[in-house]
Design a protein around this ligand. Sequence first.
Ligand code: ATP
Length: 200
Amino acid sequence: MIKKAIFGGTFDPIHNGHLHIAYEALYKLNLDKIIFMPSGNPPHKLEKRVTDAFLRYEMVKTAVRNEEKFEVSSYEVTKDNLSYTYKTLEYFTNLEKETKWYFITGVDCLMDIENWRNYPEILRLCTFVVFNRPGYSIEKVLEKKISLENRYNSKIVFLDIPLLEISSTSIRKDVKEGRKVSHLMPENVCCIIEQLKLYQ
Ligand code: ATP
């Protein structure tokens, strides 16, 4: 059976932390493909300023272009309305019904999932692959995982591996303060940030 994962995120910008967990998921779950899905207008970040969706999409595209098992989808960035994960999953799982679908995410999203629109549908349509992030207690995460699995008869894979302590927020802050960020992301992404003077 073909196994594919959707890796949703704002990717503002994409960084080595994202690529690291994508490779871990690829190898640990023996996936055939990971589809990076930059969000259009993320409902949960409406109050924040987010870089133009197409620019974020371009940064992801350039970051993954050398890995044949990674691809980027413009599905959410080309939508006029808000992008909801359950809609995206419904679309892709309908398109390829024989594929086993996964959804890659950080533990911050798992802990917040009950605030996502139609989240039981999300858990029904795919296997969640959750990576730990600094600041979360493993006991609480496992408690949440078991409670969601029992309530929705779903499968959540929790991967507690050493992670890179990088976030898009810290990168944006570093750029603003004039610090170098080239070691935190693929070179081409850094070039886009420099050329377009993003995050300044
Ligand atoms: P921001 O700091 O703007 O919130 P972010 O760095 O968390 O951004 P997102 O685009 O929101 O990046 O992340 C997409 C997904 O990747 C989220 O599920 C997030 O938890 C996860 N993620 C991001 N950075 C890391 C990291 N360094 N290690 C593990 N997971 C990460």
